[in-house]
Ligand binder design. Structure first.
Ligand code: DCC
Length: 230
C-alpha cells in the first residue's frame, strides 16, 4: 500500500496549495503563524510534484471524506502552547524552537510536509534533506534520519492520540540517503493498547523503488501537566 500511494497521480500546477488542512487549536503567538510545510524556493520539482499530488487528495470535502487525507501544518514554536507559559522561564519561552524548524536558510535543513490519513491511521511525509544535515559525505546523517522519523511518527501519534511522547525507536538503516534527494516517509499505527501506540515506518525513494530505512516506535499518551512538573 505504501508503494502504491507514492505512485498515485501526476503532477498538477506548480505551487498549488491545499485548500484544506487539519483543524488546529488556536495559535497562541499571533493571528497568523507561519506554516513551514509549504513550498519555498528551495524545493525541487520532485518535492513540489509530491506536495501537489498529496495536496490534491486533501482538496475537497468529498475527497477528504472518501480518502481521509489532510495536510498537517508545521510551526516553529510549540513550547508556550504546550506549557501554557506557566512553568517556563521567559528566556526559554523566547528562544525555544521546534528542532526541525530552526534552520532559517530555505533548503539547508529539514524541508518537509506531513500528510495524514486519520481514517487509515497512516501518514506520508515528503522530505528533502539539506546540506546542513550531512553525515557520510554527500549523504544524510543517521541522527537526522532518526529526527525526521521521530517527527513523522510523532505527528501521526499526536494527531491520533493527543499529547504523547516517544518511549522507544528502533531504526534499521538499509541504504544511504543522498542529500537533496526527495524521500517519502510512510508511517502507520500497528497496534494500540491503552496508553501505548505501536507504530512502524519506512523511508523510500520518491518512486518507492528503493528502501532506505525501516523503523518501529512506541508512543505513550501523556499528561502535559506532568511533563512540566505539575
Ligand atoms: C501536535 C504537535 C505537533 C508537533 C509535531 C512535532 C512532533 C515531534 C515529536 C517528537 C517526539 C519526541 O521527540 S518526544 C522526546 C523523546 N522522548 C522522551 O524524552 C521520553 C522520555 N520518557 C518519558 O518521559 C517516560 O518514560 C514516558 C512518558 C515515555 C513513559 O513514562 P510513564 O508515563 O511514567 O509510563 P510508564 O509507567 O513508565 O510506562 C507505561 C507503560 O509503557 C511501557 N513502557 C514505557 N517505556 C517503554 C519503553 N521504552 N519500551 C517499552 N515499553 C515501555 C511500560 O512498561 C508500561 O507498560 P505496562 O506496564 O502498562 O504494560
Amino acid at each position: 500500500m505504501w508503494r502504491a500511494a507514492s505512485r498515485l497521480g501526476a503532477a498538477v500546477g506548480p505551487g498549488r496549495q491545499p485548500t484544506r488542512a487539519l483543524a488546529m487549536s488556536p495559535w497562541p503567538f499571533s493571528a497568523t503563524p507561519r506554516d513551514y510545510s509549504v513550498p519555498n524556493e528551495s524545493w525541487s520539482r520532485e518535492m513540489r510534484r509530491l506536495f501537489d499530488h498529496y495536496s490534491c487528495l486533501c482538496d475537497t470535502e468529498e475527497q477528504q471524506q472518501s480518502a481521509g487525507w489532510c495536510k498537517f501544518p508545521s510551526y516553529n514554536r510549540s513550547l508556550k502552547h504546550a506549557a501554557g507559559g506557566k512553568y517556563l522561564s521567559k528566556m526559554v519561552q523566547a528562544k525555544a524552537r521546534l528542532f526541525t524548524r530552526n534552520i532559517e536558510e530555505p533548503g539547508a535543513g529539514f524541508e518537509y510536509a506531513v500528510f495524514l490519513n486519520k481514517q487509515e491511521k497512516t501518514s506520508v511525509t515528503i522530505f528533502q534533506p539539506g546540506h546542513l544535515l550531512e553525515g557520510p559525505p554527500g549523504h544524510l546523517h543517521g541522527g537526522a534520519i532518526a529526527t525526521i522519523i521521530d517527527s513523522s511518527t510523532g505527528t501521526l501519534a499526536g494527531a491520533l492520540l493527543g499529547p504523547s511522547m516517544t518511549a522507544n525507536l528502533n531504526i534499521n538503516y538499509r541504504s544511504p540517503i543522498p542529500l537533496g534527494n526527495v524521500v517519502l516517509i510512510h508511517c502507520k499505527v500497528d497496534q494500540t493498547e491503552g496508553r501505548k501506540t505501536f507504530m512502524s515506518c519506512q523511508i523510500t525513494s520518491s518512486d518507492g523503488d528503493k528502501l532506505h530505512t525501516e523503523a518501529t516506535g512506541l508512543f505513550l499518551s501523556i499528561n502535559l501537566g506532568r511533563l512540566f512538573g505539575a
